[in-house]
Design a protein around this ligand. Structure first.
Ligand SMILES: NC(=O)c1ccc[n+]([C@@H]2O[C@H](COP(=O)([O-])OP(=O)(O)OC[C@H]3O[C@@H](n4cnc5c(N)ncnc54)[C@H](OP(=O)(O)O)[C@@H]3O)[C@@H](O)[C@H]2O)c1
Length: 263
């Protein structure tokens, strides 16, 4: 699908980081964008800077009613929906044993159920017209989960599995699916716990959100099954075949806290 004027694109988690950069990239190419996040003020400020009459839709993706209402409103105001970027997500890092169970629940609700609710709400509009593209933002952690990110990694692996199967299921319907695997990206994902990040997570390795956004737009236009940003993230996929080798690889790159066991 060409991203061009006439395309109606809904982005969740649009107020910050990857979602914001993606909304900007889509609007710059002439798409009409729908902006979803909980924080209305940030969305309104973003909308004021975007071309193409963006639609601001404060909503919580972890509430089925809330995201369904937002998707319906966008489809009505824009007259349809061709592109969905299911990106909203959050992370709480820390040893699982010490982690408040509420943090785990929140990640599952937002990252897993939120993605499923969002796709479910938008898919009917795309299938009705036999045209659409769904982008699910997983993570390198969905390919190989890291210590202190057990639940986060589990949610991102769930996103991966959901999107993989959906791409096959939707074969022949005119609706396609791309899974995105970002590595470490500059954003607000860890703003609430900058002083308590795992040793293997290093800010010097981060890439700008705009790089992920450009990769998403290119992947939609090329109908790519998956996109790894930066490309080295693809190596984490080795974990499925050779977990010990992958442990050695991540320990060499990020130090022993990335793989304390090698057996
Ligand atoms: N940054 C990384 O290194 C990295 C790496 C791999 C994958 N990812 C994935 O990329 C996606 C975007 O993350 P980011 O790094 O751009 O983080 P971010 O800068 O913190 O942005 C997260 C966005 O999601 C929104 N959001 C959070 N909870 C929400 C909810 N319940 N309902 C609606 N919107 C919600 C936030 O706005 P409100 O708080 O106002 O709702 C914000 O707009 C996430 O799925 C994350 O797992 C990030």
């Amino acid at each position: 699908m060409r991203v061009e004027p006439g395309v109606r694109a809904l982005v969740t988690g649009a107020s910050k980081g990857i979602g914001r950069a993606t909304a900007e990239a889509l609007a710059a190419r002439g798409a009409r964008v729908g902006l979803v996040a909980r924080g209305e003020d940030e969305l309104a400020a973003l909308a004021a800077d975007l071309h193409g009459d963006p639609v601001v839709m404060p909503a919580d993706v972890s509430s089925r009613e809330s995201i369904e209402a937002a998707v319906e409103r966008f489809a009505e105001e824009a007259g349809g929906i061709e592109l969905l970027v299911a990106n909203a997500g959050l992370a709480h890092y820390g040893p699982f044993f010490d982690q408040p169970i509420e943090n785990a629940e929140e990640m599952v609700r937002v990252n897993v159920l939120g993605t499923i609710y969002t796709v479910s709400a938008a898919l009917g509009h795309m299938r009705d017209r036999a045209r659409g593209h769904i982008v699910v933002v997983s993570s390198g952690a969905g390919l190989r989960a890291f210590p202190w990110g057990a639940v986060y990694g589990a949610t991102k692996a769930a996103d991966r599995g959901f999107a993989e199967a959906l791409r096959h299921e939707l074969s022949g319907t005119g609706v396609s699916v791309t899974t995105v695997y970002p590595g470490e990206v500059e954003s607000d994902l860890h703003s609430h716990q900058r002083d308590r990040l795992p040793d293997w997570r290093r800010d010097e390795n981060t890439i700008p959100s705009e790089r992920v956004a450009d990769a998403i737009v290119a992947a939609v236009e090329e109908d790519r099954r998956e996109v790894f940003v930066p490309p080295a993230v693809r190596a984490l996929g080795l974990n499925g075949l050779a977990p010990r080798l992958t442990d050695r690889l991540v320990a060499a790159m990020r130090g022993p806290t990335a793989a304390p066991r090698r057996d």
